[in-house]
Each structure stands twice: as C-alpha cells, then as structure tokens.
Design a protein. Structure first.
Lengths: 115, 110
C-alpha cells in the first residue's frame, strides 16, 4: 500500500504567482493536514480537513487555502506568493480527526522556492 | 505568545549511550503531546505520544516524560544507535491545533 504521496516534489515560483500543491492520503484515511516547514524550524500547522470539512486552521493569512475532494485527496493553494513562503510543505493523513498521533503519517513534502 | 521550544538545538552522544532530548511548552490547555523524528529529506515520523493525564509512557527503547507542573516534556532514547541520528521535534496539540518545537539535532558518534 502506498504511503502519503505529494506532488510535485520540487517547485520554483516567482513572487506574486499562485501555487497548488497536491496530497494523496493513505487509502482509507479521511483526514489530511497541511504543514509549512521553513528551513531549520519545526513544521507549522496550516489546515486540517476531515471528511471534506475544515476542522482546524493555524495562524496563516487568507492567501493560504485548501480543500479536500470526495476521494479524500487534498490541495493546498497559496496566492500572491512571497519570498517568505519558501519552505517544505508537508501533508499528513490519518484515519481519524485527531491531529497527529500514532495513526498520522507524513509525506515527504513539496519543496517550494519563491524567487 | 505561547510556544513550544527546546532547550538544546544540538545533541551529540556516543553509540550505546542514552539520550535525553528536552522540550518546554507554555500552553496549559495542551492535552496531547507527540515526539517526531525527521531524517534528512523525509517527513516527520511518529515516535511516541502521551496524553496530559499521564506523566510517563514507554515504547521500544523510548520513554516520554511529562511534567505538567513545569510544562516540560522529555524524550529518552536508550542505547542510542547510529540510525537514531536525526532531528527530533516535540509537538503539543489542543482543540484541533498543533504546534511543533524548533527541533533538536541528535548526532550519534560510533
């Protein structure tokens, strides 16, 4: 069974552009969470979706949005990119609505570079 | 503001020794704590968790201690191995929110 898959693995964008990152959860998992990890820091929670509804939101501006599809895959959108948005974006899936924990598995992330 | 932090950014130990990684938290509403291991180029990997109604939990070679009085969390790794070399993060969770600490880089010397 495949783990959490994220695409693309690397991405370079220009300031002001928009980006869409994708996440496919482990089969049977209904929850997807998104995190931003700036180099040298711990991940920061952005969103959690469970059963296609937003269940949690971190302290990020409205430029960040996400959605979850009927097959439980998810997209993270970031508009009007800033240099400070350069980071590793991680997706984690879980079968329950609990954030983190024994059942949460992370993907390898999408490395976004904004120039 | 309230935050999760770590006392030491780096830790170097000899293979076979025990390792202790510390974490301070300040949100008294946190009711769930998790330790993650992150190897280079990979996403965080769950190690062990503990709920706020416990003060100790043991896994295979790992133990997490929670001291709510001083808002302190620690991860103990017994008989540290080269494969344990990684960055370790503590995380606290409450009300559908989660915060990670900055991480401690553990290096195991052969």
């Amino acid at each position: 069974d495949a783990g959490v898959t994220q695409s693309p693995t690397h991405l370079i964008k220009t300031r002001g552009q928009q980006v869409t990152l994708r996440c496919s959860p482990i089969s049977g998992h209904k929850s997807v969470s998104w995190y931003q990890q700036v180099l040298g820091q711990g991940p920061q929670f952005i969103f959690q979706y469970y059963e296609k509804e937003e269940r949690g939101r971190g302290n990020f501006p409205d430029r960040f949005s996400a959605r979850q599809f009927p097959n439980y895959s998810s997209e993270l959108n970031v508009n009007a990119l800033l240099l400070g948005d350069s980071a590793l974006y991680l997706c984690a899936s879980s079968p329950s609505s609990l954030i983190g924990g024994t059942e949460a598995f992370f993907g390898q992330g999408t490395r976004l570079t904004v120039v | 503001g309230e935050s999760v932090g770590l006392h030491l950014p780096t830790l170097s130990v000899q293979e076979g020794d025990n390792s202790i990684i510390n974490c301070a938290y300040s949100n008294s509403a946190s009711d769930y704590f998790i330790w993650y291991k992150q190897e280079s180029g990979k996403g965080p990997q769950f190690i062990i968790d503990i709920r706020s109604n416990m003060d100790k939990r043991q896994g295979q070679r790992v133990t997490v201690l929670l001291n709510k009085t001083v808002k302190h969390l620690s991860l103990q790794i017994a008989a540290t191995q080269p494969g344990d070399s990684a960055v370790y993060f503590c995380a606290e969770s409450w009300d559908n929110d989660m915060r990670f600490g900055a991480g401690t880089r553990l290096t195991v010397k052969p």
